[in-house]
Design a protein around this ligand. Sequence first.
Ligand code: SAM
Length: 442
Amino acid sequence: MATTFLFDWFVPCPRGLEAPLAAELGEIGAKHVDGSQFRIGKEVPGGVHFRGSWAAGMAANLHSRIASRVLLKLAQGPYRSEHDIYELAYQQQWEKWFSPNETIRVDITAIKSPLRSLEFATLRVKDAVCDRLRELTGNRPSVDTAQPDVRVFAFLTLNECTLYLDTSGDPLFKRGWRLDKGAAPLRENLAAGILRLTGWTPGTPLYDPMCGSGTFLAEAAQVALNIAPGVERRFGFEKLKQYDVNAWQKLKGAAVDAKRAAQSSRADIQIYGSDISGDMLDKAYSNLERAGLPELSLKQIDARHMTPPSDTPGILVANPPYGERIEVRGRGPRGELREPKNRGHDEDEDAFIRAQPDPADQEFFISFGNAMKQRFPGWRAYVLTSDRKLPGLLRLRESTKTPLFNGALECRLFRFDLIAGSVRNRPAAAEPAADQAPDAKE
Ligand SMILES: C[S@@+](CC[C@H](N)C(=O)[O-])C[C@H]1O[C@@H](n2cnc3c(N)ncnc32)[C@H](O)[C@@H]1O
């Protein structure tokens, strides 16, 4: 029997979700790929390495809910200058993967690189790829930064350069069905990672009282119905000269069959949502429909007046409006935001917390906290926010807080255990201790 060649892969994700991603990749390997073709590697800030066959890389693209991309590692070497990076890129057999007819895009990320211009280094990688293909074929590929056929990524540390070929194309949080975005929708892979961090499993009631365009609901429904997140989209590897076409047809066929079976099932998946805005609920309904999901029960309610949607307790999950991005609705006039005074001492802290809570926000969050305490005994609530003072505003003591990044915005996922009579009041000004946030990314 022929041995299957194993490649090194790197799977980036939103920072803070490395451990859930590693667990998810392990499950994908066990379920969709021959065990000998898959070995999970190191977690690093911003992603997870693994070793596996082409089938493993394609399965990660199709089935990972948390990954941002799946990158195939081509080479790694020391560098001191842009010239060394050019040489490393020039030596790679790009012609094995694509022809000069494909358009390309190169991106570089770096940690502690001594190079003065990453833009110049990016140009040198692009030149190396184009020069090699021109010398071999007489033609050079064109650059298309918007919709390239092929993406090349380089990652620089202090003295090492790693070259990757992207196999995803559009980032994986684009599931291929979202048209209607809310004002500040969560990325699908961040929502999926948060669901995993909550420990929610299908069969347990799940409620998002500020569901907006329905990201948590759609991600949870797909988990409950066993629908692969990538079943509706195409992937970058489909444009490469070589990938394992037979393995791909099998993986995709099984995912399409599973989705058909899910659509004909009439299971009550106990996933509920509400929002104060009827427009948002319309968006959520059309997103759920486009994703081929069953119609869920969505209600137009102010979160201050919410009641449990199920007889048995479950998980409440929400990302309330961020002061910086959109405003809380259904409350009085907005107060002034004050610039933090101590800028310069701790820039991160300053960027993260608002100096003084807006009085109308304060009133909203106190009522929302009361609604949770009084009407949701036995539930576990998870709230994603960039406001470190949120537990104080809600008058709830958090059980855990997990640092997460929503794009560039540093957030915390606060967990509150709503046990009747045992939640302690705390002053609004109380500030939780600083966390160790992940600080680097590959
Ligand atoms: C940050 S967005 C949530 C985005 C959502 N997770 C998504 O992916 O689209 C906050 C949501 O809170 C809703 N909202 C604001 N004030 C509210 C209130 N008083 N009660 C319920 N929902 C409210 C907004 O309409 C908005 O949809």
